[in-house]
Design a protein around this ligand. Structure first.
Ligand code: BES
Ligand code: ZN
Length: 463
């Protein structure tokens, strides 16, 4: 391993420069006009991996944006690890709030700033550079390694199931590693052992056929904006619980052990709150903040629009309004079931005088890792070797559709080894990547491959 780690040290700055080149490509998957950029982004990654001079590298088309697949199968008899990441990024608005432009990555304060630096391009390059270190010093990684880099994660991975069905054999592996999460805190190596799922719908409320004069008609017909506001306000009770009928039916209660594990983490709630800028924490009664964001289901209106939004005053009864409503799910909730219940509930609570239509957007299933599997000890050891500190187990409130899909399809454990920071501004203006995490992340990935190569040997690998 010494030559591999030395190589990573010696090339530290170049690894940053190469990531900068990739981050320049605006691979925003949600914007149709950016589709050619997402494609160019996939091609850039594929060309970069081909430049390593070994392995099979392909760009896989989908009905949407392409994925990149790579494999290095040069370790007969050794386990196969499938690594997953995504190459698409979130939109950049509000653009005016960026200190430096999102696609002109800049280094300041030991951080790289730009859209996608941590979510998820930097984390994909962590693995690409770890592979490079092995290819250049030893000819190939010490295990059989596959890399799948999706182009539609930020838009719900809608074509992923089809892609995985098409390539079942290519994706076969003994273990899976996903690097698309954050660490618990500065310098604390953290394995994420739980992700929430997602059920996302859009609700449309229609009233009159066109905007009406609110003097002539106000009071005589229903106002869709009033109606929707009332509906959304009724979706939580006074204890912060979701009122959608049947919402909690399949929620697996947190065990005393799980609660104790979460409570044992050194969570600085004040600092967490300060990082949000919000004036106070709120949430479901009877649960701590970490439990609320990691392990309890929630419902949020992510956006609402309708009626007069221009300057000044305009007196109308708007014809229509719509809102985007998303639920974060926990085991054993099912996204399709929750979307159905939410749709039925919204139609049922619609006040008289409006028409309500609910469209489903996308979903993801929640994940809980089988932490008693030996690969978790192996991953802890690898992570700790690079960062020099004990590795903690944590959860995330976010969702990664691939994780549960691959876990169910293969029955194999999925390691969530992420290198972000909780305040990294993912999805927000001024996203950043801690460059020491990037460097130590590359070493962690290298240690992970090495440790997996020696799995089963007594006591694992030391030194
Ligand atoms: N990297 C995130 C997942 C994540 C979120 C990890 C929060 C750690 C904390 C991923 O790119 C993401 O944003 N996922 C989406 C998935 C959705 C579109 C299905 C999410 O969670 O909103
Ligand atoms: Zn994201």
């Amino acid at each position: 391993m010494k030559s591999v780690l030395d190589y990573i040290d010696a090339n530290r700055d170049r690894f940053v420069d190469e990531l900068v080149e990739w981050v320049r490509i605006p691979s925003v998957s949600s914007e149709p006009a950016r589709a050619p950029d997402v494609r160019a982004n996939a091609d850039h990654l594929a060309a970069h991996l081909r430049g390593l001079g070994a392995g099979r590298i392909e760009v896989w088309p989908t009905a949407g944006h392409p994925a990149v697949f790579a494999e290095w199968l040069r370790a007969p008899g050794k386990p196969t690890l499938l690594v997953y990441g995504h190459h698409d990024v979130q939109p950049v608005d509000p653009l005016g709030e960026w200190i430096t432009p999102p696609f002109e990555p800049a280094v300041r304060e030991g951080r790289l700033w730009g859209r996608g630096v941590v979510d998820d391009k930097g984390q994909v390059y962590v693995h690409a550079k770890a592979v490079e270190a092995f290819v250049r010093t030893a000819g190939a990684p010490p295990i059989n390694l596959k890399l799948l880099v999706e182009g539609e994660e930020e838009v719900g991975s809608v074509n992923l199931d089809a892609l995985m069905r098409e390539h079942t054999a290519d994706l076969a592996a003994d273990f899976v590693c996903v690097s698309d999460t954050a660490m618990f805190g500065r310098g604390i190596p953290s394995l994420c052992v739980g992700l929430r799922g997602l059920a996302y719908v859009e609700v449309f409320v229609d009233g009159p056929a066109f905007d009406l004069h609110s003097g002539s008609f106000g009071g005589g017909v229903a106002n869709p904006v009033n109606a929707l506001a009332k509906m959304i306000a009724s979706l939580h009770d006074a204890d912060g619980r979701v009122t959608v009928t049947g919402f909690y039916d399949d929620v697996r209660p947190l065990t005393a052990t799980e609660r104790a594990e979460i409570a044992s983490l050194p969570f600085d709630e004040k600092a967490w709150l300060a990082s949000t800028g919000a004036p106070a924490t709120v949430g479901e009664k009877g649960y701590s903040t970490l439990e609320r964001i990691w392990a309890r289901p929630t419902l949020d209106c992510c956006g609402i629009g309708g009626g007069f939004q221009g300057e000044g005053a305009k007196t109308i009864i708007p014809a229509r309004v719509s809102a985007k409503v998303s639920c974060r799910l926990v085991p054993d909730q099912d996204p399709d079931d929750v979307m159905r219940k939410l749709g039925e509930h919204l139609r049922r609570i619609a006040p008289p005088g409006v028409r309500v239509r609910v469209e489903t957007l996308h979903g993801a299933r929640p994940y809980l890792a089988p932490t008693d599997h030996p690969v978790y000890e192996v991953a802890k050891r690898a992570f700790s070797k690079a960062f020099g500190k004990p590795t903690v187990f944590m959860r995330e409130g976010g969702s990664i559709p691939f994780v549960r899909t691959i876990a169910d399809a293969t029955g194999k454990p999925c390691l969530l080894m992420g290198f972000g920071q909780p305040d990294e501004n993912a999805h927000a203006p001024n996203e950043w990547l801690d460059l020491s995490n990037y460097h130590l992340g590359i070493k962690s990935a290298a240690h992970l491959y090495d440790e997996i190569a020696h799995m089963g040997e007594s006591g694992g690998k030391s030194g």
